[in-house]
Design a protein around this ligand. Structure first.
Ligand code: 4NP
Length: 164
């Protein structure tokens, strides 16, 4: 089993969006019994809540399931995840504060995987209101993440960067 955790600040906008998008990609590949996906927030304000309406709307518009998305806060047991993906740099710093810097090799930013993204921080739609922009960035990042995981774990169909 490969465990993937997406992390943002509130766990109601960006990381549940990434969780839902990534789960749908994993399902398309038939890997849902091999790759387990969750999300969490570094803050605790929204624990137990469903995603923000804007996240729910953009997912529904793209026919992506929103079931099972409930906000929770990260905790030190989350160091058991194999891939821990922060939405921005401050999330990454906060994750390492909770988990300990010895885990830093498995913690990275989603947009580190999107070459054309100049700013490696996923903008926070809780403040910008722009859920479309976030959906596009998250979808690109999730596609590249799944490819990376498939290559690193020798799944068939994964493509090393630059390979045809
Ligand atoms: P998220 O957005 O980190 O993408 O879930 C936020 C949601 C709530 C808050 C901040 C960011 N808040 O301050 O409550």
């Amino acid at each position: 089993m490969i465990n993937v955790l997406f992390v943002c600040l509130g766990n109601i906008c960006r990381s549940p969006m990434a969780e839902a998008v990534f789960k749908s990609l994993v399902k398309e590949k038939g890997l849902e019994n091999t790759i387990k996906v969750d999300s969490a927030g570094t803050g605790n304000w929204h624990v137990g809540n469903p995603p923000h309406e804007g996240t729910q709307e953009i997912l529904q518009k793209n026919n992506i399931s929103t079931t099972g998305l409930t906000a929770r806060q990260i905790n030190e047991n989350d160091s058991n995840y194999n891939y821990i993906i922060a939405m921005d740099e401050s999330n990454k710093e906060n994750i390492l504060d909770v988990l300990g810097s010895r885990h830093q090799e498995k913690v990275f930013q989603l947009l580190d995987l999107v070459e054309e993204a100049v700013d490696k921080n996923v903008p926070d739609p809780y403040f910008t209101g722009n859920f479309e922009e976030v959906f596009e960035l998250v979808t690109k990042g999730c596609n590249n993440l799944l490819n990376k995981i498939m290559v690193e774990n020798n799944f068939e169909g994964g493509q090393r960067y630059g390979e045809k």
